[in-house]
Design a protein around this ligand. Structure first.
Ligand code: HEC
Ligand code: HEC
Length: 208
Protein backbone atom coordinates (compact mmCIF):
# COMPACT_ATOMS: atom_id res chain seq x y z
CA UNK A 1 0.00 0.00 0.00
CA UNK A 2 2.72 2.41 1.02
CA UNK A 3 4.71 1.63 -2.14
CA UNK A 4 1.68 2.24 -4.33
CA UNK A 5 1.05 5.54 -2.57
CA UNK A 6 4.60 6.75 -3.07
CA UNK A 7 4.49 5.76 -6.74
CA UNK A 8 1.16 7.57 -7.06
CA UNK A 9 2.56 10.73 -5.54
CA UNK A 10 5.61 10.61 -7.82
CA UNK A 11 3.29 10.29 -10.81
CA UNK A 12 1.10 13.15 -9.68
CA UNK A 13 4.13 15.30 -9.00
CA UNK A 14 5.27 14.69 -12.55
CA UNK A 15 1.89 15.99 -13.73
CA UNK A 16 2.30 19.03 -11.52
CA UNK A 17 5.13 20.29 -13.67
CA UNK A 18 2.74 21.77 -16.23
CA UNK A 19 2.04 25.26 -14.99
CA UNK A 20 -0.40 27.89 -16.13
CA UNK A 21 0.71 31.42 -16.86
CA UNK A 22 -1.48 34.02 -15.21
CA UNK A 23 -2.18 37.61 -16.18
CA UNK A 24 -0.36 40.01 -13.85
CA UNK A 25 -2.74 41.44 -11.27
CA UNK A 26 -2.86 45.00 -9.98
CA UNK A 27 -3.37 44.90 -6.19
CA UNK A 28 -4.48 48.56 -6.04
CA UNK A 29 -7.30 47.89 -8.49
CA UNK A 30 -8.05 44.65 -6.67
CA UNK A 31 -8.60 46.52 -3.42
CA UNK A 32 -11.69 48.22 -4.85
CA UNK A 33 -13.06 44.89 -6.08
CA UNK A 34 -12.42 43.36 -2.67
CA UNK A 35 -15.21 45.51 -1.17
CA UNK A 36 -17.71 42.80 -2.11
CA UNK A 37 -15.62 40.11 -0.37
CA UNK A 38 -15.30 41.89 2.99
CA UNK A 39 -18.81 40.91 4.12
CA UNK A 40 -17.74 37.28 4.52
CA UNK A 41 -13.93 37.12 4.43
CA UNK A 42 -13.45 40.24 6.59
CA UNK A 43 -11.61 43.49 5.82
CA UNK A 44 -8.22 41.77 6.22
CA UNK A 45 -9.14 38.47 4.54
CA UNK A 46 -9.14 36.84 7.98
CA UNK A 47 -12.25 34.78 7.26
CA UNK A 48 -15.36 34.29 9.38
CA UNK A 49 -16.19 30.97 10.99
CA UNK A 50 -19.85 31.91 11.56
CA UNK A 51 -20.21 32.51 7.81
CA UNK A 52 -18.10 29.43 6.86
CA UNK A 53 -15.70 31.74 5.02
CA UNK A 54 -12.04 30.62 5.09
CA UNK A 55 -8.93 32.70 5.66
CA UNK A 56 -7.71 34.03 2.31
CA UNK A 57 -5.21 36.66 3.56
CA UNK A 58 -1.76 36.07 2.13
CA UNK A 59 -2.84 33.07 0.04
CA UNK A 60 -0.80 32.99 -3.15
CA UNK A 61 -2.24 34.81 -6.14
CA UNK A 62 -2.02 31.83 -8.56
CA UNK A 63 -4.13 29.67 -6.24
CA UNK A 64 -6.69 32.40 -5.49
CA UNK A 65 -7.00 33.07 -9.20
CA UNK A 66 -7.49 29.38 -9.98
CA UNK A 67 -10.20 28.99 -7.33
CA UNK A 68 -12.07 32.11 -8.45
CA UNK A 69 -12.01 30.85 -12.04
CA UNK A 70 -13.11 27.39 -10.87
CA UNK A 71 -16.06 28.88 -8.98
CA UNK A 72 -16.99 31.00 -11.99
CA UNK A 73 -16.87 28.01 -14.35
CA UNK A 74 -18.76 25.72 -11.94
CA UNK A 75 -15.73 23.46 -11.56
CA UNK A 76 -16.01 24.18 -7.84
CA UNK A 77 -19.16 25.10 -5.92
CA UNK A 78 -21.67 23.70 -8.40
CA UNK A 79 -22.27 20.30 -6.77
CA UNK A 80 -25.77 20.35 -5.23
CA UNK A 81 -24.29 19.13 -1.93
CA UNK A 82 -21.72 21.94 -1.80
CA UNK A 83 -23.67 24.35 0.41
CA UNK A 84 -20.77 26.69 1.16
CA UNK A 85 -19.27 26.61 -2.30
CA UNK A 86 -22.71 27.65 -3.55
CA UNK A 87 -22.44 30.78 -1.39
CA UNK A 88 -19.07 31.65 -2.86
CA UNK A 89 -19.88 30.98 -6.50
CA UNK A 90 -22.08 34.03 -7.19
CA UNK A 91 -19.43 36.19 -5.52
CA UNK A 92 -16.76 34.97 -7.94
CA UNK A 93 -19.20 35.76 -10.74
CA UNK A 94 -19.08 39.44 -9.81
CA UNK A 95 -15.52 39.37 -11.19
CA UNK A 96 -16.49 39.53 -14.83
CA UNK A 97 -13.08 39.65 -16.54
CA UNK A 98 -9.80 37.71 -16.22
CA UNK A 99 -8.12 41.00 -15.32
CA UNK A 100 -10.57 41.58 -12.43
CA UNK A 101 -9.84 38.07 -11.14
CA UNK A 102 -6.08 38.68 -11.39
CA UNK A 103 -6.38 42.08 -9.67
CA UNK A 104 -8.39 40.82 -6.70
CA UNK A 105 -6.05 37.80 -6.38
CA UNK A 106 -3.07 40.16 -6.26
CA UNK A 107 -4.77 42.15 -3.50
CA UNK A 108 -5.67 39.02 -1.48
CA UNK A 109 -2.05 37.80 -1.78
CA UNK A 110 -0.82 41.16 -0.48
CA UNK A 111 -2.83 40.87 2.77
CA UNK A 112 -0.91 39.85 5.86
CA UNK A 113 -1.42 36.16 6.77
CA UNK A 114 -3.33 35.65 10.02
CA UNK A 115 -3.45 32.90 12.65
CA UNK A 116 -7.08 31.89 13.00
CA UNK A 117 -8.72 30.58 16.19
CA UNK A 118 -8.98 26.81 16.51
CA UNK A 119 -12.30 25.08 17.18
CA UNK A 120 -11.61 21.33 16.95
CA UNK A 121 -9.82 19.18 19.47
CA UNK A 122 -7.35 17.33 17.24
CA UNK A 123 -4.05 15.78 18.32
CA UNK A 124 -1.38 17.88 16.60
CA UNK A 125 1.43 15.36 17.22
CA UNK A 126 -0.57 12.53 15.67
CA UNK A 127 -1.54 14.93 12.89
CA UNK A 128 2.08 15.64 12.08
CA UNK A 129 2.67 11.90 11.59
CA UNK A 130 -0.35 11.62 9.30
CA UNK A 131 0.85 14.68 7.39
CA UNK A 132 3.77 12.62 6.04
CA UNK A 133 1.60 11.74 3.02
CA UNK A 134 0.85 15.41 2.37
CA UNK A 135 4.20 17.13 2.67
CA UNK A 136 5.53 15.97 -0.71
CA UNK A 137 3.23 18.54 -2.29
CA UNK A 138 2.20 21.00 0.44
CA UNK A 139 5.62 21.26 2.14
CA UNK A 140 6.72 20.16 5.62
CA UNK A 141 4.74 22.93 7.34
CA UNK A 142 1.88 23.17 4.84
CA UNK A 143 3.44 26.27 3.28
CA UNK A 144 2.50 25.20 -0.25
CA UNK A 145 4.51 24.63 -3.41
CA UNK A 146 3.68 26.49 -6.59
CA UNK A 147 5.74 24.13 -8.76
CA UNK A 148 3.40 21.32 -7.69
CA UNK A 149 0.28 23.50 -7.79
CA UNK A 150 -0.32 22.81 -4.10
CA UNK A 151 -1.59 25.77 -2.05
CA UNK A 152 -0.55 26.89 1.41
CA UNK A 153 -2.81 25.09 3.88
CA UNK A 154 -1.22 26.32 7.13
CA UNK A 155 -2.72 29.37 8.81
CA UNK A 156 -6.19 28.16 7.93
CA UNK A 157 -9.23 27.44 10.12
CA UNK A 158 -9.13 23.81 11.32
CA UNK A 159 -12.82 23.26 10.47
CA UNK A 160 -12.21 24.46 6.91
CA UNK A 161 -9.30 22.04 6.40
CA UNK A 162 -11.47 19.14 7.62
CA UNK A 163 -14.38 20.28 5.46
CA UNK A 164 -12.25 20.42 2.31
CA UNK A 165 -10.71 16.99 2.99
CA UNK A 166 -14.26 15.65 3.27
CA UNK A 167 -15.36 17.54 0.16
CA UNK A 168 -12.55 15.93 -1.82
CA UNK A 169 -13.31 12.51 -0.34
CA UNK A 170 -16.99 12.64 -1.24
CA UNK A 171 -16.33 14.23 -4.65
CA UNK A 172 -18.13 17.49 -3.81
CA UNK A 173 -14.81 19.02 -4.88
CA UNK A 174 -12.24 17.58 -7.26
CA UNK A 175 -14.51 15.20 -9.18
CA UNK A 176 -15.29 17.50 -12.11
CA UNK A 177 -13.28 16.23 -15.12
CA UNK A 178 -12.16 19.83 -15.80
CA UNK A 179 -10.70 20.12 -12.30
CA UNK A 180 -7.15 19.00 -13.13
CA UNK A 181 -5.67 20.09 -9.80
CA UNK A 182 -8.58 18.99 -7.62
CA UNK A 183 -8.24 15.58 -9.24
CA UNK A 184 -4.65 15.41 -7.99
CA UNK A 185 -5.76 16.18 -4.46
CA UNK A 186 -8.76 13.86 -4.35
CA UNK A 187 -6.91 10.52 -4.07
CA UNK A 188 -4.75 12.08 -1.34
CA UNK A 189 -7.82 13.02 0.69
CA UNK A 190 -8.99 9.45 0.32
CA UNK A 191 -5.94 8.27 2.26
CA UNK A 192 -7.32 10.23 5.26
CA UNK A 193 -9.35 7.31 6.54
CA UNK A 194 -11.30 8.87 9.41
CA UNK A 195 -12.64 12.20 10.58
CA UNK A 196 -10.35 12.00 13.61
CA UNK A 197 -7.26 11.77 11.39
CA UNK A 198 -8.51 14.81 9.42
CA UNK A 199 -8.98 16.71 12.69
CA UNK A 200 -5.46 15.77 13.83
CA UNK A 201 -3.95 17.02 10.56
CA UNK A 202 -5.92 20.26 10.89
CA UNK A 203 -4.67 20.63 14.48
CA UNK A 204 -1.08 20.17 13.27
CA UNK A 205 -1.53 22.79 10.52
CA UNK A 206 -3.00 25.21 13.08
CA UNK A 207 0.32 25.15 14.95
CA UNK A 208 2.16 26.35 11.81
C1 HEC B 1 -21.45 35.43 1.01
C2 HEC B 1 -20.16 35.23 1.64
C3 HEC B 1 -18.94 35.34 0.75
C4 HEC B 1 -18.51 36.43 0.00
C5 HEC B 1 -19.17 37.79 -0.09
C6 HEC B 1 -17.28 36.03 -0.62
N1 HEC B 1 -16.95 34.74 -0.26
FE1 HEC B 1 -15.26 33.71 -0.80
N2 HEC B 1 -15.93 32.08 0.18
C7 HEC B 1 -17.08 32.01 0.93
C8 HEC B 1 -17.24 30.68 1.46
C9 HEC B 1 -18.38 30.20 2.35
C10 HEC B 1 -16.14 29.93 0.98
C11 HEC B 1 -15.82 28.46 1.27
C12 HEC B 1 -16.35 27.57 0.17
C13 HEC B 1 -16.10 26.12 0.49
O1 HEC B 1 -16.33 25.71 1.65
O2 HEC B 1 -15.66 25.39 -0.39
C14 HEC B 1 -15.34 30.85 0.18
C15 HEC B 1 -14.14 30.49 -0.46
C16 HEC B 1 -13.33 31.37 -1.12
C17 HEC B 1 -12.07 31.04 -1.73
C18 HEC B 1 -11.40 29.67 -1.74
C19 HEC B 1 -10.38 29.62 -0.63
C20 HEC B 1 -9.56 28.37 -0.64
O3 HEC B 1 -8.71 28.27 0.26
O4 HEC B 1 -9.73 27.52 -1.52
C21 HEC B 1 -11.56 32.18 -2.27
C22 HEC B 1 -10.23 32.34 -3.00
C23 HEC B 1 -12.52 33.23 -2.03
N3 HEC B 1 -13.58 32.71 -1.32
C24 HEC B 1 -12.36 34.54 -2.43
C25 HEC B 1 -13.37 35.50 -2.38
C26 HEC B 1 -13.29 36.78 -3.03
C27 HEC B 1 -12.08 37.30 -3.79
C28 HEC B 1 -14.48 37.41 -2.81
C29 HEC B 1 -14.95 38.75 -3.35
C30 HEC B 1 -14.99 38.85 -4.78
C31 HEC B 1 -15.30 36.52 -1.98
N4 HEC B 1 -14.58 35.37 -1.76
C32 HEC B 1 -16.55 36.83 -1.50
C33 HEC B 1 -17.97 33.05 1.17
C34 HEC B 1 -17.93 34.30 0.57
C1 HEC C 1 0.13 15.09 -5.22
C2 HEC C 1 0.22 16.36 -4.52
C3 HEC C 1 -0.63 16.51 -3.28
C4 HEC C 1 -0.57 15.76 -2.13
C5 HEC C 1 0.36 14.61 -1.80
C6 HEC C 1 -1.57 16.35 -1.23
N1 HEC C 1 -2.18 17.42 -1.83
FE1 HEC C 1 -3.58 18.64 -0.99
N2 HEC C 1 -3.75 19.67 -2.72
C7 HEC C 1 -3.00 19.44 -3.85
C8 HEC C 1 -3.41 20.35 -4.91
C9 HEC C 1 -2.82 20.43 -6.30
C10 HEC C 1 -4.44 21.14 -4.35
C11 HEC C 1 -5.19 22.27 -5.05
C12 HEC C 1 -6.51 21.76 -5.60
C13 HEC C 1 -7.27 22.86 -6.32
O1 HEC C 1 -6.64 23.68 -7.00
O2 HEC C 1 -8.50 22.92 -6.14
C14 HEC C 1 -4.63 20.69 -2.98
C15 HEC C 1 -5.55 21.24 -2.10
C16 HEC C 1 -5.68 20.88 -0.77
C17 HEC C 1 -6.58 21.48 0.18
C18 HEC C 1 -7.56 22.60 -0.08
C19 HEC C 1 -6.97 23.92 0.35
C20 HEC C 1 -7.93 25.06 0.31
O3 HEC C 1 -7.51 26.17 0.63
O4 HEC C 1 -9.11 24.87 -0.02
C21 HEC C 1 -6.40 20.84 1.38
C22 HEC C 1 -7.10 21.14 2.71
C23 HEC C 1 -5.38 19.85 1.18
N3 HEC C 1 -4.95 19.88 -0.14
C24 HEC C 1 -4.92 18.98 2.16
C25 HEC C 1 -4.06 17.92 1.93
C26 HEC C 1 -3.77 16.89 2.90
C27 HEC C 1 -4.31 16.87 4.33
C28 HEC C 1 -2.93 16.00 2.31
C29 HEC C 1 -2.38 14.72 2.87
C30 HEC C 1 -3.37 13.75 3.30
C31 HEC C 1 -2.68 16.49 0.94
N4 HEC C 1 -3.40 17.64 0.76
C32 HEC C 1 -1.85 15.86 0.02
C33 HEC C 1 -1.99 18.51 -4.00
C34 HEC C 1 -1.64 17.55 -3.08
Amino acid sequence: MKKILVAGIAFLMSLGVTMTVNAAGDAAKGKALFAVCVACHGPNGEGNAALHAPVIAGQEDWYVERQLNNFKAGIRGADPKDLYGAQMRPMAMTLTTDQAVADVAAYVASLKPVKPATSLKGDAAAGQASFAVCLACHGANGEGNKALNAPRISGQFDWYVVQQINNFKTGIRGANPKDAFGMQMRPMAMTVATDDIAKNIAAFLATK
